[in-house]
Each structure stands twice: as C-alpha cells, then as structure tokens.
Design a protein around this ligand. Structure first.
Ligand code: FES
Ligand SMILES: [Fe+2]
Length: 498
C-alpha cells in the first residue's frame, strides 16, 4: 500500500513525554462523577468540526456510558475450563464473520471457516443464496472439506466411504444404500448454521434462537455499517499470525489508544491518542475514533504543525527537502487529508472528493462481538478477526485484512490469498504490509506475550480499567459475561431443523 509510513525517521526529534502535566490538569477533572472526565485537550469532535470536508453523521456522534469500575477477574484469561465453557456458551451463540462474499463469488464456490472444533463449509448455492453447512459427514463424521481450504464444487463428497451431498445440502448418495434401510436420504440433508450477509461479509450463527444479525447489532451500529458500503470493497491483503495470549486479551489489546504513548511512541507525534473518542452501542458493538494528523496531548507544545506533517510525509528520511509538503498557514491535518485523498484516488482509481477529511485520515475501530473488528476509514481500511487457538487457550489466531474500494468502473478483483506468518516472523515480512504498521503489530505482540505471562503470575487477580479510555474493554467483557451466564448450547440436528 502506498500509504506514507508513520515511523519516526532518523532526522526527526525523538518523542519524549511526561504524564505529569496531564495528571496535574486532571486533579480538577477527577472530581467529576465517574466516567465524565476527559483528557484536557481538544476533543476528537472539536477537531473534526474544524475539518474542511465535513464528516458524516456516523462520525459526528457520541455514545459513551459509564459501566462501573470493578476489576476484571484474570481467571478468564488463564483457566482452560473457562475457555472450554466459551466454546459451549459463547461461540455457539454469537454472530461471527466467516468469510467475505468475494470468497464465494460463483455458485459452487465454498470457503471453510473454523471456530474451535466447529467447522463450516460456507458455499454459494444460488446467486442470492449462501449457506453454511456443518463440516461433518452424516455417516461416521468425517470432515467433508479440510480446514483452511476453499474452492469450487458441484457436490460435497466424503473422502471416507463416498456419501455425498448436493450444493443445496440435500443428500445425493449413500454408498450401498441397501445396507442402510434405516436411513431416509430425505432426512439426511446437511445441517446448517444461520447465515446473514451485511457489508459484503458472510456472518454465521449456530444458535437458532439468537437474535437476527440486524437486531444483534442494534439500529445505530447498523446504520453506521450501512453508511460505509463495505460491500464495495475487496480484500487487497490478508495476513495471519498467532498471538501469544488468550483471545480476549488479544482483542482487548486493540480496543484503546491509551497504550499508544508507551507502546508505539513513534506514532504519537501525529496521533491524538489521549483524546480519542470511545463509544458503545447496545451489547455487541463498540468503537473508538483515534485522530491522525494531530499531536498526542502527552506531547503538547513540543512539536510544530510542520513536525506533525513531517511524521507522515518524510518517511524513511530519503525525501529531498525541496519535495517536503509544507503546512504554510494551514494545519498538518488539513494538508494530510488533501495528500491522502490525492494518493488514494490515484491508487484506487476512485473519486474520493466527497469523502470527509476525517474518513480520509482517522482510525475508526469498531468491534462486533465477539471477534470482528471493522475499520471503515480510508487510510487504515482493515478488518481484524480473532479466534482462540483450539489447542492452547493461551494463544490467539489473528488475521488482518486490508480492504480496498472496487475500482469504478472495473471488475471486482479476487480476494488476496492469505499470507501466514510464523511466530518467528515480523509482521513487516508480509509482502505488501506497510512497514510502519507492521512494526506497530510487532510491538503489540511483545506486549501480549508479557501480559499473558503477567496475568498468570498476578497476585492481584484482576485488571483495573480506566473509566473512559478502557470502556470498550469493559463493554467487551460485559458481553463475555452475558454469554457465559447462559446455559451451554451445543448445536444438534433436531434443533437446527426447526
Ligand atoms: S464417514 Fe463419510 S461416508 Fe463414511
Ligand atoms: Fe497497539
């Protein structure tokens, strides 16, 4: 991707920061009711309101609520029994992104999605009909398609004894049917999970009693998603790597910008971290808006607007001084928005003149519980997916997908093949990965390793969260609690046929 790197170049000042200034300013603010205190700097909405190309309503709104200050019990990250319970209560009842529609563009195309021991063949049965079959033979249980595979099929035939099913899930063949007088082929269709299509994503849910996806998201979050039209994008780059921590710790590592100043100081000069905005929507969706092109409040007064702009544009330090974009009388943020618009218009062959400066620049991070992150912005147009490693509750399978607009006019490009990195590899080694962003993910990986070990070693046994900046962590864990308080649900063929 042609995005300018956020990495600190050798010719720029090294960020230094002091938490003391903000601590002193917060003495007064700390007297407010819990949850009302905010970083004493311009808010994200203040800054967005000054932009030249105005942001849409879904950007210009806030939806925070205080949810308490109690510690989060660390047992949920360390206890294998808790992880086993999640498979029975949480993963069997929640909506999960299984694949993109462009993974199965034609009738007969299929894509295998696994969550824990569960496995699904997501397949297009007709132009407007995508189904998700439980990936197990109804004879003696053999997996019909191997995990991690995709392709095109006219039937799903079991490799063991050759029983087979039509694309529509009806039974096609029972080998030596004379020996199975007790099997009525009409009763032996492949069981299905529920499927919903939204934003070009194929979502599945094993629970027949779960709310519809649109109700699960709620009206406000649904309206946001519909405004993004992510169905008009495609996967340009798809990278997978295992993180050395429980899946919930891993999800939470990306839910706040609070850690940026300490973990990713190289981006703080041009990233408004402490005044990021946090919102929650119903039980299953939350978001933050983290602004780019403005300096971290932790570094207030240390950098000029030109310094902030240089963070983005100078890159590896090889740019000639004469070529450096200048702020002039404007702001780094405005110059960046204009530069990004021109750069992405050229890269994607699309007209972005009416896309707001905020959408061009800022990081919008939405979490759809339990394990999908959507980033609908233009500069960081990503999807994250987190799945527990079924063999080790201390590990998480992480995927990042970069979405690009489908060229207009033009054919929809095929989705990128997945690049799987080993534990020893850096994210920067994935071909096409922005090196600055790959470095950020490597820094998060190091943290997760230390955090998993720390929660195992902890005598405190609880995570203490900030009321505002870590509200998404609390909101996420509240949803975990909601599902973990439910009775176990194991998909069974009779319930699924109802
Ligand atoms: S296990 Fe599938 S045909 Fe026998
Ligand atoms: Fe991070």
């Amino acid at each position: 991707m042609a995005k300018a790197t956020n990495g600190a170049g050798p010719c720029r000042p090294t960020p230094t920061h002091s938490h003391e200034g903000i601590r002193l300013m917060n003495i007064e603010i700390g007297k407010l009711a819990p949850g009302l205190a905010r970083c004493p700097a311009d808010s994200a909405q203040d800054i967005i309101a000054r932009d030249k190309v105005q942001a849409p309503d879904w950007v210009r709104s806030e939806s925070y609520a205080f949810l308490g200050s109690a510690d989060i019990d660390t047992r949920r990250y360390t206890d294998p029994e808790f992880a086993r319970d999640e498979y029975r209560k949480l993963w069997t009842r929640t909506w999960q992104f299984a694949c993109r529609e462009e993974h199965v563009p034609n009738v007969g195309d299929y894509y295998v999605y696994d969550i824990g021991a569960y496995s699904f063949i997501v397949t297009r049965v007709a132009q407007d009909d995508i189904r998700a079959y439980f990936n197990a033979c109804l004879h003696r249980g053999t997996k019909l398609r191997a995990s991690g595979t995709e392709g095109c099929a006219s039937e799903f035939k079991c490799p063991f004894h050759g029983w087979s099913w039509n694309l529509d899930g009806t039974n096609r063949n029972i080998t030596c049917q004379w020996d199975f007088p007790h099997v009525d082929p009409r009763e032996f269709s492949l069981p299905q999970a529920r499927v919903a299509i939204l934003g070009g994503f194929v979502w599945i849910n094993m629970d027949p009693d779960a709310p519809e996806l649109v109700d699960y998201l709620g009206p406000e979050a649904l309206a946001h998603m519909q405004a993004w039209a992510l169905e008009r994008r495609y996967i340009h780059l798809h990278v997978q790597k295992s993180f050395p921590a429980n899946w919930k710790l891993t999800v939470e590592a990306f839910l706040e910008a609070y850690h940026v100043i300490e973990t990713h100081p190289q981006v703080a000069v041009s990233n408004a971290d402490a005044n990021s905005q946090y919102d929650i929507y119903g039980d299953h969706v939350n978001r933050f808006i983290s602004l780019l092109g403005v300096c971290s409040p932790h570094l207030a007064g240390q950098y000029t607007e030109q310094d902030v702009l240089d963070q983005f544009t100078v890159g590896d330090g090889t740019m000639l001084d004469a070529d450096r974009p200048r702020v002039g009388d404007g702001t780094a943020r405005q110059v960046m928005a204009d530069l990004f618009r021109a750069m992405f218009e050229q890269a994607t062959k699309t007209d972005l003149s009416r896309v707001s400066d905020s959408e061009m620049l800022d990081c919008f991070s939405y979490t759809i519980f339990p394990n999908t992150y959507l980033f609908p912005g233009i500069s960081l147009p990503m999807v994250y997916r987190f799945r527990p490693d079924p063999k080790d509750h201390r590990r998480c399978i992480f995927e990042v997908m970069f979405l690009r607009p489908v060229p207009v006019p033009g054919e929809r490009p095929a989705p990128a093949d997945i690049v799987v990195l080993t534990d020893a590899q850096s994210f920067t080694e994935a071909e096409g990965m922005d090196p600055g962003f790959g470095r950020i993910l490597d820094q998060d990986t190091d943290n997760l390793h230390a955090q998993q070990e720390g929660v195992e070693a902890s005598a405190k046994g609880g995570l203490t969260l900030g009321n505002y900046q870590e509200i998404r962590v609390r909101h996420f864990e509240r949803a975990v609690d909601k599902y973990m308080s439910m009775a176990p649900y194991r998909p069974d063929i009779d319930t699924l046929r109802r």
